[in-house]
Design a protein around this ligand. Sequence first.
Ligand code: BGC
Length: 238
Amino acid sequence: MSAKQLANPLTLAIDIGGTGIKLVSLDQSGKPKGEFQRRETPKLATPAKVLAVIDEMAKKEGGFDRIACGFPGVVKKGVVHTAPNLHKSWANFNLEDALRKKYDKPVRVANDAAVQGYGAAEGKGQELIITLGTGLGSSLFLHGKLVASLEMAHHPFRKGKTYEEVLGKKALDKEGVKHWNKMLREAISNWSSLFNYDHLYLGGGNAKHIKGKLPKNAKITPNVNGIYGGVKLWDDDY
Ligand code: BGC
């Protein structure tokens, strides 16, 4: 019987981020079964170093039936293409294979903002998910199904800078919360006319710095959705 066919499979949900790596095992309803763990992302975040941190944490979990992993870059069929905030040695690394071989369990790996979207999307029309963390993640859902993992982060935004250069962690630290909020409002206005979405969800570790009102169709989504989305990643066609 495959992990997808089990009545209540336990999913080891992993969220690899530019600053932190989070992990917990969840039952089919998304209820945590183990300890919610977080470790700093290693400074030189090569595949070997990141996998070693994951292994340390995974050992503390009880058993699990399958793995869902969110990754902060372009991932296609389990293979990493880019990892702007980790290390260049991730290019062409088959993360799905590496995890499958290590744990001998079925594995699904997807872009981190896509996994966050699985956790956040409510299945109401067209939903855009933006994550504000070390980098800027983006994904688009239609009626609860992933349409695309976007790469808005590296798209031009203003004055020769990309969205990530204006709204990523480095810019927030350098320019301060007030300026960052002003830029975020400008970005939201662009995204709204570009995607014409029904709902916008803002997640990621820096969403807590959002101050003031948001447009009616926008709301902050808890960052833990980056982990909880792992269960739903297994429900989709993939
Ligand atoms: C990457 C995206 C990722 C985002 C958030 C960006 O730099 O290009 O793929 O989703 O950071 O981690």
